[in-house]
Design a protein around this ligand. Sequence first.
Ligand code: SF4
Ligand code: SF4
Length: 335
Amino acid sequence: MDSIYWVLSRDCNQRCAHCYNDSEPGAPGLSLEQVDHCISHLPDPAEVEVERIILSGGEVLVWPDLLFHTLQRLSVRLGRRTELWVQTNGDLLDESTLDRLLAHNVKRVDVSSMDSFHPRSTTARLGYLTELFRSRGMVPAAGGEAASAPATFGFWGATPEQWIGPLWPRGRARTHGLSAAGPEHKFCGMWSGARNFLNYHGPGSEINLQLGDVYPCCPMTCRPIGSLLGESLISILDRCARHPVFQALNEGKPETMGESMGVSAEYARERTRELGNECLWCDEFFTTHATRLLMPGAITERGARDLESEVVQIHRKRPEPQHPPAFVATRTFQE
Ligand code: SF4
Ligand code: SF4
């Protein structure tokens, strides 16, 4: 498996207007016991090797005990073959924290907030952070000298030229109307989309964990496909691999995911155009046509937060299409 992106907590020192997972001060995170439980449900390294785990938030450094506990437990469980990366907004990073990260075998630190959405306090620290990284022998991740360095660093953000530039239609980006994603944006087939999420034995497989909940993509389906608090990751993926809806998402083609249920690709494309983009179509599909396919009662509650938002209520008020597809009742996914 290439990568597991893991949001340990949505607690953050910022409350950015565009935040895709509604992070903010005081938002929930995993307890240390829940972290241990989740880690016990990660793949056995003797069977499925995970190339890297990216720990993120929220802001991971507002709750250092949670971050360092997780790093320590991951090192014990997975050994040195899995690289540990940390993604931060950089606001709280200083010498002693960076030294502690490196002592916990962190191989890469990404400052992911270099854009106009984040407060100036973040972007103004670019020079300071660059010097700080270099003072510890770290080199830019994109440079050619990475192999000999103790760790690498990177800066990026939601700028127009980056893949996240149009902003996923999620969380506050959606409620604030900041997402510029249109029908032409194919998030699902891109890196961080759902493409290849099931192919854990091959390249290009990435899973998104929000607290304990498992999602096939970073934009997040309206509810998760499972929870690491109750099931192993491989068991969740193997279960999904048997269902044609998830097989279509694994190909990065949300327009075909309803075909086995009588929802045509032509209809999906029409709704994608009407709703604005394919992730909004995905929400509609799972809440209208495949209501029992995702997990209820998720602890990350994207469903409750986003699907009951005003924007979605507006979508729901749109007139029904002239020729709605034949509804085919779904079986319970566990069966
Ligand atoms: S975008 Fe990043 S820094 Fe801003 S609220 Fe969300 S997690 Fe925090
Ligand atoms: S279409 Fe659905 S599965 Fe694909 S990236 Fe968007 S939310 Fe994820």
